[in-house]
Ligand binder design. Structure first.
Ligand SMILES: [Cu+2]
Length: 177
C-alpha cells in the first residue's frame, strides 16, 4: 500500500509542473467593471503560458483583445477579438504582452483596460537544448578521426570477449572443481 502511495506521489511530482495552470479571475471577486484598477491587479500576478484569464462582467460590458497601440488609445474599433456574454475565458497560449479593454463607450478611459505580460515557464528548456546541439554536432567528427584506430578497437573488442568468457568460465570451472 505504501509502495502504491509512493508510486502515485512520484507520478504527481513529475506530472504536476507540466500541467500546473492557473485561472486568473480578472479583478478577483470584483470582476471586470468600469471602476476596477487592473494595472494594480495585474502587477501582483504572474501570467504563465497555459494559464487562463476569466473575465466576469455585467451585460453592459464586453472584452476586446487589442493591439498595444489601440490599447494605449482606448481604440476598440480594431479589436483582434471581441467577447461578450458575461463570462469570457481566454487561454494564454504564447509568451508576450496581451491587451484587453471594454468596448462600451467611455469604459476604457475610466480604466476598464488590462495589459498583461505572459511568460513561458519552459523558456530555459529550449536554450539548454540549443547548448547541447553544438557538442552533439562535433561528436560525429570524433569517431571519424579515430576510425584509423578501428583495428585497435576490434582487437579491444576481442579482448573484451575473452575477458567476458573468462568471467563466465572461471566460476564454472570453480563450480566443477
Ligand atoms: Cu465596460
Amino acid at each position: 500500500m505504501s509502495m502504491v502511495a509512493y508510486f502515485l506521489i512520484s507520478i504527481l511530482a513529475i506530472a504536476t509542473p507540466a500541467t500546473y495552470a492557473v485561472q486568473h479571475i480578472v479583478g478577483d471577486s470584483s470582476g471586470w467593471t468600469n471602476s476596477g484598477d487592473y494595472t494594480t491587479w495585474a502587477a501582483s500576478k504572474t501570467f504563465n503560458v497555459g494559464d487562463t484569464l476569466l473575465f466576469n462582467y455585467g451585460s453592459s460590458h464586453g472584452v476586446d483583445s487589442l493591439s498595444k497601440a489601440d490599447y494605449d488609445n482606448c481604440a476598440t474599433g480594431n479589436a483582434i477579438n471581441s467577447y461578450t456574454g458575461g463570462a469570457t475565458t481566454i487561454k494564454l497560449t504564447k509568451p508576450g504582452p496581451m491587451f484587453f479593454a471594454c468596448p462600451s463607450f467611455g469604459h476604457c478611459s475610466l480604466g476598464m483596460k488590462l495589459a498583461i505580460n505572459v511568460v513561458s515557464q519552459t523558456t530555459t528548456t529550449p536554450s539548454s537544448d540549443n547548448n547541447q546541439s553544438p557538442p552533439s554536432s562535433t561528436t560525429p567528427s570524433t569517431p571519424a578521426t579515430s576510425s584509423p584506430d578501428g583495428e585497435g578497437g576490434s582487437t579491444g573488442g576481442t579482448s573484451m570477449v575473452v575477458v567476458g568468457l573468462s568471467m563466465i568460465l572461471a566460476p564454472m570451472i570453480v563450480f566443477m572443481c
